[in-house]
Design a protein around this ligand. Structure first.
Ligand SMILES: O=C(O)CCC(=O)C(=O)O
Ligand SMILES: [Fe+2]
Length: 812
């Protein structure tokens, strides 16, 4: 302060004339220097002040509102001192007037009043004494908006994403149905603000992420449009704070890749506009968000690879230029879970973790204490897709899904204040319906695992697995169950267009009905499986690859059935592949089919990985284009000629004998109809004399295709990889009944892995109770691999060696 004083002295009018100009300039420069010093000092002080407020608020010593209130009180006291009035009431005592508190609550809404009461003890005490009146004024309402039923056995995906809106009445312990959403949406966020409930983003019936927002007017109970977000966000996190709606993260499809977002935006209902916010520290989908002490907190979620996250981060809205900062991580990685705040604490519940396991714990974090997260409860059943709301020391946990059969639905209430309790309230009618559906679904799961879940949603299955985690969990279980129990499933909803299948089928038929000489021109003379091209009837005896049949009979190569009554045409998807000149577009059509099926193969591997709690891309390394260089993925067109008049099968001869498939999954398109169209658009009437699969009791069951389905079965290497969890089951193609004159065509894709893959039991399939076995069991490996001292153990053998030995055994 000293320089100011001396400077002011030099400005006196008596000295002005006497001072030369240079002195004045010098004084001016000095003043400028001092001013800039002071400005710097002021900004440092401001920064220190902000940091101090910040620190006090963060550690819970003095919340930011208190500090503001304190300053306000000082200024108010100063104003009263300068302008004295006759009233002796303090603001504090005025706030204690119930009428005023009630009036404030009506005018400002409960949320603003609660924030305000952080600054006024008087208001706080009058609000808490207004319990019953407030309860009447602001009845507790819990909304369940949109979401997905797990699907009706007969309906399409349209029914999965619903527009249903329900409201829970706490006093009556029951749900009522309200006007449905304008746009059916799942994975949306719901927040309440100023007399409205907002439904933000999510995914629509076509699987597209939504930018749109709508809100329910709580007075009239009607939905209204609201301006859309800048970005489509599915499985986003949203929260309200200070009169704004914040929408963060989520996923957004830029065909064909689904991106997980790190962007955030906020909606100002006053101006009706969305405004961009600073980016999160990382991308998050299916995260949860809460607001606490004017901070946004975003928790968990999953990254672009579907890996669940335990990290959390926060944005301090009291700062001029807020930045996201990392907070302590949760104890468990959680995705698609519930979060709420109560009494200054953040609570999280449910969800699922990195290993696609359901998380049944409830944990809490109190930012005002240095300690991290602590586990406080265990949900009665693990559930994901849950949502939570809090009110007066209670957390209400709604919806979500658990294991099949454990979907109890309803509302759980966790009392946070001691003694902590967990209580179940009434069920949601909607969830009840879903329970019924679940039963139907579980029963059908073994025969149809993709159907309904993925039907109609674009993208590869792996893509969908990342995006639609809720169904993915369900499908993973169905997939695992189907292969554990049968080794087979029927897969619809695979996304492969009818036209691709119809064309391939028609081209295959054209080829097999060519004159014998034309077909033989495609025969390289090599054994079946050794090259592309044609092999005629009598070349293969697949039953010779088996030693011990399920009925206990032993079939060595010399005892196997007569050669199979089948012709084959092999295509490896390469330029040098043998193709018939006579069939127009043969190469293009087969190439297209081959490529499409390659996608389905990768999706099947991703699904297998997910269902075995491995990263989705676990198997990718064994299926890369540069590794798959020989005969690993092959398209076999199989033709089973009709038994013409006078032609009988040889004794014991079948169209294709009992066998297990040799390698990965087999993707089989069976004849759907005696005469096209093969996509069963016009009903299903497959020819007799088709595929049969061995049942657990040893009997053979017909396995006709489900409409539009690929029949998928696991081969030996899948059984080996899964340490016998997935079964490489026996199957065969029978003869038609005598007199039946139909031929039969199958499109069979055998899938890798790359020949140099050493198939050993996967880490998640081995435990002290389940020591590793080996795939090349002696009962399958008659010719070369059984060793007396290793009756049933998995020997490290490469995929290529196994395939070669099986093929060798099958050649006549
Ligand atoms: O044609 C069929 O239905 C089955 C064919 C088969 O099992 C095979 O090629 O391995
Ligand atoms: Fe087979």
């Amino acid at each position: 302060m000293q320089p100011w004083a001396s400077l002011s002295g030099s400005y006196g009018p008596s000295t002005w004339k006497a001072e030369p100009l240079s002195q004045v300039l010098q004084a001016l420069q000095t003043t400028q220097g001092q001013l800039s010093l002071l400005t710097k000092r002021l900004s440092m002080l401001r920064e220190e002040h902000e940091a101090l407020c910040d620190c006090l608020a963060f550690h819970g010593a003095v919340p930011a509102e208190r500090l503001l209130a304190w300053m306000h009180r000082r200024r108010f006291a100063e104003a009263r001192r300068r302008h004295p009035v006759a009233c002796h009431e303090t603001l504090e005592s005025l706030m204690q007037a119930k009428e005023l508190a009630l009036d404030l609550a009506v005018r400002l809404g409960l949320e603003v009043c609660t924030t305000l009461s952080g600054a006024s003890r008087g208001l706080r005490s009058s609000l808490s004494s207004l319990g019953p009146e407030l309860a009447n004024l602001f009845p507790f309402q819990l909304f369940a908006i949109g979401g997905e039923a797990c699907g009706d056995a007969l309906s399409s995906v349209r029914a999965l994403v619903n527009a249903e809106v329900e409201r829970f009445n706490l006093s009556q312990n029951s749900w009522e149905t309200l006007e449905p959403l304008r746009t059916p949406r799942s994975g949306c966020a719901a927040v309440a603000l100023g007399g409205y409930v907002y439904a933000v983003g999510g995914c629509g019936i076509d699987g597209e992420d939504l930018r749109s927002v709508e809100r329910l007017n709580l007075q009239e109970l009607v939905w209204e449009e609201v301006p859309s977000m800048a970005t489509g966000r599915d499985e986003l996190a949203a929260v309200t704070c200070g009169g704004y709606i914040y929408a963060m993260g989520g996923s957004h499809l830029v065909w064909p890749v689904r991106h997980v977002l790190d962007s955030a935006e906020r909606f100002d209902p006053r101006s009706g506009t969305w405004q961009e916010l600073p980016r999160l520290t990382r991308e998050r989908c299916a995260a949860a968000a809460v607001a606490l002490h004017r901070r946004l907190v975003v928790l968990g979620g999953c990254d672009e690879d579907g890996v669940a996250l335990s990290s959390t981060e926060s944005l301090d809205l009291t700062l001029g230029q807020p930045r996201w900062e990392v907070l302590p991580s949760m104890r468990r990685a959680r995705c698609n879970f519930a979060a709420a705040t109560s009494a200054g604490r953040i609570l999280v519940a449910g969800g699922y973790d990195d290993h696609t396991r359901d998380v049944d714990t409830v944990e809490q974090f109190d930012p005002s204490h240095g300690a991290g997260w602590e586990a406080v409860h265990v949900l009665p059943v693990p559930r994901w897709g849950v949502r939570a709301a809090s009110r007066a020391g209670h957390i209400f946990i709604v919806g979500g899904r658990g294991y099949p059969g454990t979907r109890a639905g309803g509302v759980w209430v966790i009392r946070i204040t001691r003694p902590r309790t967990l209580q179940r309230l009434g069920p949601s009618s909607h969830v009840k319906t879903a329970e019924k559906v679940e039963q139907i679904e579980t029963r059908r799961a073994a025969c149809n695992v993709f159907g309904r879940h993925f039907g109609g949603i674009g993208g590869t299955l792996a893509d969908i697995l990342r995006k639609r985690q809720m169904e993915a969990q369900h499908v993973c279980r169905a997939w695992r169950k189907a292969f554990a129990e049968f080794g087979f499933c029927q897969a619809t909803g695979h996304g492969i267009q009818d036209e691709v299948i119809e064309e391939a089928y028609a081209v295959a038929r054209q080829f097999f009905t060519l004159p014998v000489e034309a077909k033989q021109r495609c025969d390289t003379g090599k054994a079946y499986g050794a090259s592309s091209g044609y092999t005629g009837p009598g070349a293969e005896r697949v039953s010779a690859t088996a030693t011990e049949l399920p009925d206990g009979k032993v079939l060595g190569s010399e005892k196997a059935r007569p050669p199979d009554r089948v012709e084959s045409m092999i295509f490896y998807g390469r330029e040098e592949d043998v193709v018939p000149e006579e069939v127009k577009n043969y190469r293009e059509v087969m190439k297209r089919y081959y490529e499409e099926l390659r996608g389905l193969l990768l999706a099947s591997m991703a699904l297998t990985a997910a269902s075995l709690e491995l990263p989705l891309n676990y198997f990718d390394r064994y299926f890369t284009a540069d590794k798959l260089t020989k005969n690993e993925i092959s398209l076999r067109l199989a033709y089973y000629p009709a038994y013409e008049d006078g032609v009988e099968p040889l004794p014991g001869q079948l169209r294709y004998g009992e066998h297990t498939d040799y390698t990965g999954f087999t993707l089989l398109w069976q004849d759907h109809n005696i005469t096209g169209p093969q996509t069963a658009k016009e009903g299903l009437n497959p020819p007799l004399g088709g595929l049969q699969v061995r049942m657990p009791d040893g009997s053979w069951a017909d396995c006709p295709p489900a409409p539009g389905a690929f029949t998928i079965n696991a081969g030996d290497l899948i059984q080996a990889w899964t340490n016998d969890e997935f079964m490489s089951n026996w199957h065969r193609v029978t003869n038609p009944p005598p007199g039946d004159r139909h031929d039969r065509i199958s499109l069979v894709v055998f899938t890798g892995p790359a020949n140099d893959t050493i198939v050993e039991p996967l880490p998640t399939c081995v435990s002290p109770d389940r020591p590793p076995k080996c795939p090349m069991v002696d009962r399958w490996s008659p010719v070369a691999w059984s060793t007396p001292d290793m009756p049933y153990r998995y020997m490290p053998i490469s995929a290529g060696e196994h395939l070669a030995k099986k093929l060798q055994a099958s050649n006549v």
